[in-house]
Design a protein around this ligand. Structure first.
Ligand SMILES: [Zn+2]
Length: 631
């Protein structure tokens, strides 16, 4: 991972350029890694960004969204199965139903969010919402009151209820139904009343103990789990404040932050989710300590200790033997929130890396996300679909990706993510046409008129680019990772952005090994990329994994493109390799293609009501040893 410490402030340049030093980076793992340049003022931060609506989505992203939506319409996701976590019907029991509102809330949340963006309204959402609302108690909680059981059971209920609160708010934003807002408010009020009891209701409570998990002690495990399960309620409360701005919700949020533990061995999904909530609390209050807390956790803890090169976050911080789709989603979401607060492209860079690699790799052929098993150099073939959480939360990630692709504030437009997409923003139709990340060929019709600034994000690894408007080189300047064009726009103006996308080789600190002063006759640990796409050596394309790779400058290693499911044109390579006792070649393809390695099925055993078995995909090596040969 790399961040740009060499920001160009208002550097005026013609866009037909070669910028060798433009993106000189430094390692995240080196000292003093805080980003530092001017951020938006507090007044600017509190001015809300405008996000587009009425999206039409194309390409790989559209296929992936459709795949996950199809899963939610298929076995086993009938109404009875979804709402069992609030209905709690004996004889219909399913796994994790005691996390009340976890599945039903996530279905409502993710699906309502993406439906609002695309202008759809699936009927099934209405039946899930009305099915859920029947099971709310007068005191606000859903299902069975677990307050009197023990800290663990109540913590599970609170975690599920946090997801349900997010779901109710998202469904309200889609449907506008007052009864749903009232139910969300009642649940919010229940939290306001009960949060002070989190540390008093039981002799044994999560905040009484700190320190490391004792993995062999189940109570120790649960204490760590429940601690951030409960604090993750913050996100729902902050979303609720958007539709029902009662100051009590902010006060409850402040109380939750008091309980939020310092970074350590925690369930990464709920830890990151709480940080997303803290970002929302900062946006609502402007209170500096929350931004400081975010920046500390992001740069001094998570970025240094908890983010693998593909953005595939582990289930437990800071390291673990398996990853989790929910945690990848929350890492994406935290990056989008940090961008919203700072407008620094470094956060979008990380979100893009996690989207195209970690998230897409974790999507299975039937649209579910889940857990993969890590080795020191990649992943095994085991992939566990987590139908109770990652499926819906991964779907939420796609909604966030769509939402944050482009945003506006007054006369400024930010183009963050390049994918074929069209939408309406500030009442105008906007269109992006591109084959990125296959190639760096982006055409934008911003549809704007008058004097405005368009900010085009340049990926950190881009060294040369061209921007033309109506066939003429555009003039602009670099600011915070964006090429900014300020001019008087006419509605038919068309922007073309071009940059080369090819094979990249990064060392473990995300620096280009090909730019190293003297690579020497050594084997370097390395990650290989096609543009933003991480490449792997997998058992689908290779019978044998090489001990090392050999790269010779100026050689062309690109393979002719064979179209396939979730394949990206031009992203396959074949490199010479040293195998055990012989020389040969090895094929590298993007990790994200694994989604297409198997095909849809409704009959997988892991969709049984209780229990699941890992599906088998392809084992993949992502971290290689490579010798760099120069002429
Ligand atoms: Zn999950």
């Amino acid at each position: 991972m790399k961040m740009n410490t060499c920001r160009k402030k208002s550097l005026k340049i013609s866009a037909l350029i070669i910028i060798g030093t433009l993106l000189a980076g430094t390692s995240l793992y080196s000292q003093n890694i805080q980003p530092r340049e001017a951020r938006p003022t507090k007044a600017e931060q509190t001015q809300k960004l405008q996000f587009p609506v009425n999206f039409k989505i194309g390409g790989d992203l559209a296929e992936r969204i459709a795949l996950t939506e199809r899963r939610l319409q298929s076995h086993p996701f009938d109404l009875e199965f979804i709402v069992q976590d609030v209905a709690r019907v004996e004889g219909k029991r399913r796994r994790f139903e005691e996390y009340e509102g976890d599945i039903s809330g996530r279905v409502l949340g993710a699906w309502s969010y993406i439906s609002r963006l695309t202008g759809n309204h699936p009927a099934k959402l209405d039946s899930v919402a009305s099915g859920v609302l029947q099971h709310q108690s007068p005191a606000g909680w859903f299902g069975i009151d677990q307050r009197n059981d023990n800290f663990d059971q109540w913590g599970r209920q609170n975690f599920g209820h946090g997801r349900l609160l997010v779901g109710l708010v998202q469904y309200y934003k889609l449907s506008g139904e007052a009864v749903v807002r009232a139910a969300a408010g009642k649940l919010g009020d229940y939290f306001v009343t009960t949060i002070p009891q989190w540390t008093t209701a039981f002799e044994e409570h999560p905040w009484k103990k700190s320190g490391k998990v004792d993995w062999k002690n189940s109570i120790s495990n649960r204490l760590h789990f429940i601690k951030t399960h409960q604090t993750s309620v913050l996100e729902g409360l902050m979303l609720l404040y958007d539709i029902l701005p009662k100051p009590e919700y902010l006060d409850a949020g402040r109380q939750i932050v008091e309980l939020f533990p310092a970074f350590g061995q925690f369930h990464s999904h709920s830890y990151l989710n709480t940080l997303v909530g803290i970002a929302m609390l900062y946006q609502h209050t402007g209170e500096d300590q929350y931004l400081e807390l975010l920046r500390h956790n992001y740069w001094q803890e998570i970025a240094r200790h908890g983010v693998p090169a593909d953005g595939g976050i582990c289930e437990w911080f800071p390291n673990d033997h398996r990853s989790e789709g929910c945690s990848i989603t929350d890492w994406l979401r935290l990056n989008f929130k940090m961008w919203e607060i700072t407008r620094e492209a470094v956060y979008i860079e990380q979100a893009e890396r996690a989207w195209l690699n970690g998230l897409n790799f974790h999507q299975t052929a039937n649209g579910v996300f889940g857990h993969a098993t890590l080795t020191p150099v990649g992943y095994t073939a085991d992939c566990s679909e987590a139908w109770w959480c990652c499926l819906m939360h991964g779907f939420f990630a796609y909604a966030e990706i769509v939402n944050y692709a482009v945003a506006a504030q007054g006369d400024d437009l930010w183009f963050n993510l390049y994918t074929p997409i069209s939408f309406e923003l500030q009442g105008r139709k906007v269109r992006i046409e591109t084959s990125y990340p296959a190639a760096g060929d982006i055409t934008i019709v911003p549809g704007i008129t008058g004097s405005k600034s368009v900010h085009l994000r340049l990926p950190e690894w881009v060294e040369r680019f061209e921007v033309h408007i109506k066939g003429e080189a555009a003039t602009g300047g670099m600011d915070n990772g964006y090429f900014v064009i300020t001019r008087f726009w006419q509605s038919e103006d068309k922007i073309t952005l071009r940059f080369p996308v090819g094979l990249r080789i990064e060392d473990l600190h995300a620096n280009s090994l090909l730019d190293m002063r003297q690579p020497g006759d050594y084997l370097h640990p390395a990650y290989l990329f096609h543009g933003p796409l991480m490449l792997g050596i997998d058992s689908h394309y290779n019978k044998e994994i090489p001990e090392s790779l050999i790269f010779t400058a100026d050689a062309d290693y690109a393979l002719p493109f064979t179209p396939g499911a979730f394949a990206t044109a031009g992203s396959h390579y074949q490199l010479p390799g040293q195998f055990s006792g012989h020389r040969g070649t090895t094929t590298l393809v993007p990790l994200s293609e694994q989604t297409g390695y198997s095909s849809w099925t409704d009959t997988l055993k892991n969709f049984m009501r209780n229990g699941e078995k890992p599906i088998q995909r392809a084992a993949v090596q992502t971290r290689h040893q490579i010798r760099i040969m120069r002429k």
